[in-house]
Design a binder for this molecule. Structure first.
Ligand code: NAD
Length: 294
């Protein structure tokens, strides 16, 4: 079993760290939120006073932070963890950030003999709690192999997408598609309901028909249709609109840098940005339903 530092114990990181504790690892966590630290302690982990304290003597560091600037400031610079970690430490960043940022952080890690992989995830808060996440890894084959047993404690499908940054590219392609599917699902449900259909009946019909997709099948956005999803809990928890808007911004940058046309992704980006501007940034992304249902 390994000594693991876990930085970022939010909606995703909290349950992921708890699964590492359950698997028998010695987990020391840090988050800016006192409640998040208490939850880790209650699950048998240790609450550290800083990221640096959590990483003291760690063999593995896992980070699950909101965006690229948080990841850069955690690892880089004089106060960053890379100036503290021993050579050979395995660093797994599971945050969804720009591939370019992962490559920049990975390059500094390599200069110090620290092993770094980008390992963004898919599967949502439900997958994080159940330990069934998909990990999409970018990095060297040997580091991928070293990380796999740790990732298997938190997830089911572990993919190696390519070199450092490749995990982020694959993840951004996936999330752009998810945003398009969620926006399309909410639009179809609103049209059916406005034409007299019961949202639960319509959902069941589309699930069993060619319109079935992940958003509809396991994350229904209409309140009350499905138990245990954010839509049935006032769109609390889950995956915030602000984070989806960030990911669609990353998709836009990825498209620009590769001269790729993304008309559907661009529309989804504008819809989620508008939804966030209207004060919904902290809600789960399935709340885009409100834009069409109101
Ligand atoms: P979140 O906002 O719930 O959690 C982020 C946590 O990081 C918060 O608890 C915050 O206090 C903490 N934090 C911020 N700065 C910190 C710092 N400097 N030091 C320590 N802790 C710090 O977000 P989340 O939903 O858990 O998402 C985390 C990442 O995972 C994001 O990059 C997101 O895009 C990605 N992601 C989320 C989901 C999802 O369904 N929520 C799914 C896949 C990927």
């Amino acid at each position: 079993m390994s000594k693991i530092a876990f930085i970022g114990l939010g909606n995703m990181g909290g349950p992921m760290a708890q699964n590492l504790v359950k698997a028998g690892h010695d987990v020391s966590g840090f988050d800016l939120s006192a409640d998040a630290l208490k939850a880790l302690e209650a699950a048998g982990g240790k609450a550290a006073a800083s990221a640096s304290a959590a990483a003291q003597g760690a063999e593995v560091v896992v980070s699950m932070l909101p965006a690229g600037q948080h990841v850069e400031s955690l690892y880089l610079g004089d106060a960053g963890l890379f100036s503290q970690l021993a050579a050979g430490t395995l660093v797994i960043d599971s945050s969804t950030i720009a591939a370019e940022t992962s490559r920049k952080v990975g390059k500094v890690a390599a200069e110090k003999g620290i092993r770094f992989i980008d390992a963004p995830v898919s599967g949502g808060v439900g997958g994080a709690k159940a330990g069934t996440l998909s990990f999409i890894v970018g990095g060297a084959q040997a580091d991928f192999e070293a990380a796999t047993p740790i990732l298997q404690n938190m997830g089911k499908n572990i993919f190696h997408a390519g070199d450092t940054g490749a995990g982020q590219i694959a993840k951004i392609c996936n999330n752009m598609l998810l945003a398009i599917l969620m926006a399309g699902t909410t639009e179809a449900l609103a049209m059916g309901v406005k034409n007299g259909l019961d949202p639960a009946v319509l959902s069941e019909i589309m699930k069993q028909s060619s319109g079935g997709n992940w958003a509809l099948n396991v994350y229904n956005p209409w309140p009350g249709v499905m138990e245990g999803v954010p839509a049935s809990n006032n769109y609390q928890g889950g995956f915030q609109v602000d984070l989806m808007a960030k990911d669609l911004g990353l998709a836009w940058e990825t498209a620009l840098s590769s001269k790729t046309s993304i008309p559907m992704g661009s529309l989804a980006r504008n819809l989620f940005a508008l939804h966030a501007q209207k004060g919904n940034g902290g809600l789960d992304f399935s709340s885009i339903q409100k834009m069409f249902a109101e």
